[in-house]
Design a protein around this ligand. Structure first.
Ligand SMILES: [Zn+2]
Length: 246
């Protein structure tokens, strides 16, 4: 009995969801439009009213509709920033996801930098330049340094002027900021790494200013690879010189 009711509930939800999805995709329902009443919806779809109400409540949580007092159910404009929380939550559940997330980040940033070469304006160049200066200033600090690095990469993605790439980047990069900090701690044991870090970010910046997508993409890709290489070396315990252990 319970099982049957649950199955019926699933079906009811699917029906309500499909009803809305079809109309939203077809454009006959737009953000701001009011839905037909629960009663009408129930009879049209052949499901009970409580089921319709439940399904609408679930759609409210997804940010697809909004239930307004005395007005009824209104279609809202979906906010893609919910993806951010979704990714962070979903990915945080899997311990070995970090490398995989890193791959996604490479894909997002390399496409973003190509677009940035075409689309970046003065404000974007200025943001990149500020981030670059911050990287230099904070090179001896693990926390602030990691943050400056993140800001630089975020500035690249913002310069792509792609809202979707920005949201995707925020969601995966947010997850990576945890590992950034520990990576920057490792960097402190590699004096040559500091010079490299500053120079490499400058090379990326220059490629964007030159509006050269091939060079920008290649430089950024290498930046990620070398970052990985240093991390590997640090993990196996290699260190430079004697002043290293700090
Ligand atoms: Zn970087």
């Amino acid at each position: 009995m319970e099982l049957k009711r649950a199955a019926e509930g699933d079906k009811g939800f699917q029906k309500v969801f499909a009803f809305l999805r079809d109309r939203l995709l077809a454009g006959s329902l737009k953000p701001g439009d009011r839905l037909i009443s629960e009663r009408e919806l129930a009879s049209q779809l052949g499901v009970s009213r409580p089921l319709v109400r439940e399904a609408l409540r679930a759609l409210t949580m997804l940010g697809i509709v909004e239930i307004r007092d005395r007005i009824g159910t209104v279609v809202t404009r979906p906010d893609i920033s919910v993806l951010n929380d979704f990714f962070t939550f979903a990915l945080a559940q899997q311990a070995d996801m970090l490398d995989d997330v890193m791959q996604a980040r490479v894909a997002i940033e390399c496409q973003a930098i190509r677009l940035a070469c075409e689309r970046a304006g003065i404000a974007d160049f200025e943001r990149l330049q500020r981030a670059l200066a911050k990287i230099e200033e904070t090179i001896d600090e693990a926390d602030a340094g990691g943050m400056a690095d993140f800001e630089f990469h975020r500035a690249i993605v913002l310069a792509s002027r792609s809202e979707t790439l920005t949201v995707l980047h925020n969601s995966v990069a947010g997850l990576l900021t945890r590992s950034h900090r520990s990576r920057r701690e490792l960097v402190q044991s590699f004096p040559s790494m500091k010079t490299y870090l500053i120079d490499d970010h400058r090379r990326i910046f220059e490629a964007v200013v030159a509006r050269d997508p091939e060079r920008a993409d290649a430089t950024l890709r290498k930046h990620f690879e070398i970052g990985d290489e240093y991390r590997r070396r640090a993990v196996v315990g290699e260190k430079e010189g004697r002043k290293a252990s700090r």
